[in-house]
Design a protein around this ligand. Structure first.
Ligand code: GLN
Length: 373
């Protein structure tokens, strides 16, 4: 067996609780972030490379991680975005036809600290009971006091603007430039599968940095606007909120996913709040109020929009709700060409029940084109 004598490691939570494990491979050091857990049984590569997880320590609840390696075209961004990994069993020997590499090499190349052999069931139960909090994973198990001090200095997720850390610095293009529809997408931490889904629907996309202005985006002469997913608290993203306001005011086709959905809500005066525990997994049940049908969805969010304020806002209709806790999962504007969802219709990873939302966006664009002819 590889790495017979691995270093002892731990996860130290902000409230002082410690769970012990072992370092994956020969890695050493410490990594700080907000601890969260994902209940997906598969899709770890997509999860680890999802920019929305920037700044978070990921606990995976599946008992085995790494067993099918990694594959080049299955990443959701160019690098691993989680701050660190906590798992039960780490597989050093991947088994899968078509794999590009092992997860061990992939994490090493990205300089990500991972710890395994942690009682992840106990850890997840603990976080569920005590709520989201900061933590540190570390091999420096004899430096608890020092780590506690550093942990106290780790910024809280509430009020934290992180989109600027993962957004593209320069605008770029995606898809076929002769495609039928042109989309201007604001990159707050966009997942590749969103771009793939739009390109598949005959869209040519220009992806803009997180602080792009309406003027800059309008110059592309797009048929529709898109606000992406991304990490951190939506509230400090004033430039994106102003942008959403302008697009909505002008009644241009607008679609938002996750952080983008939260930005749309904020732009119309609906506030967001930090959930006690977020929703992260690939089997979250959602009801579509417009069709009465249920959907199994991919989710990753720690904030949500205020239900009461949404219900009493004449500009919004709630289109989707979470069937576990009734959080708002989707809205549409009652007067303008704008809708958004809190969950991930692009999956990556997860079920494809909700890809119809991309078709809806194209329909909204077509409608707008007919009206302006
Ligand atoms: N996937 C996302 O876009 C997440 C949005 C936001 N950072 C949240 O945690 O709620």
């Amino acid at each position: 067996m590889k790495y017979q004598s691995r270093k002892q490691a731990m996860i130290l939570l902000a409230d002082g609780t410690i769970f012990y494990g072992k370092a994956v491979a020969n890695k050493e050091g410490s990594a700080f972030g907000e601890v969260c857990f994902n209940t997906g049984m598969t899709g770890y590569q997509e999860i680890f490379t999802d920019p929305s997880y920037y700044g978070q320590l990921m606990v995976t609840t599946n008992a085995h991680i790494g067993n099918y390696g990694v594959k080049n075209d299955e990443e959701e961004s160019d690098s691993v975005k989680i701050a660190g990994l906590i798992c039960k069993n780490f597989s050093y020997v991947p088994s899968r036809v078509g794999k590009s590499d092992s997860l061990e090499n992939f994490l090493n190349e990205n300089n990500i600290l991972a710890i395994s052999d942690v009682d992840t069931r106990a850890l997840v139960s603990y976080i569920r009971d005590h709520g989201a909090m900061n933590a540190v994973i570390s091999t420096e198990v004899d430096k608890i006091d020092e780590l506690k001090k550093q942990l106290n200095e780790t910024p809280d997720m509430v009020g934290l603007e992180l989109a600027s850390k993962v957004s593209t610095k320069e605008a770029y293009f995606y898809g076929d430039e002769n495609a039928t529809y042109k989309i201007a997408a604001l990159d707050l931490g966009i997942k590749k599968n969103i771009l793939r889904n739009l390109a598949k629907r005959d869209c040519y996309i220009k992806v803009f940095p997180y602080n792009a202005t309406f003027k800059e985006m309008e110059a592309f002469n797009p048929d529709g606007y898109f606000l992406s997913n991304g990490p951190g608290d939506p509230e400090p993203l004033e430039c994106a909120i102003t942008l959403a306001k302008e697009i909505i005011e002008k009644d241009l086709p607008l679609f938002g996913i996750c952080l983008g959905h939260q930005i749309i809500a904020l732009s119309e005066g609906v506030s967001t709040f930090k959930m006690y525990n977020g929703h992260r997994g690939i089997n979250h049940p959602v009801i579509n109020h417009l069709t009465g049908k249920g959907e199994i969805t991919s989710q990753n969010h720690g904030f949500a929009i205020n239900r009461k304020e949404t219900e009493s806002n004449a500009n919004f209709e709630i289109t989707h709700s979470h069937l576990n806790d009734n959080e708002v999962m989707g809205i549409r504007h009652t007067k303008k060409n704008c809708f958004s969802v809190q969950y991930h219709p692009e999956a990556g990873p997860g079920p494809n029940d909700a890809t119809y939302l991309f078709d809806q966006f194209i329909e909204n664009i077509k409608q707008q084109k007919l009206e302006t002819v």
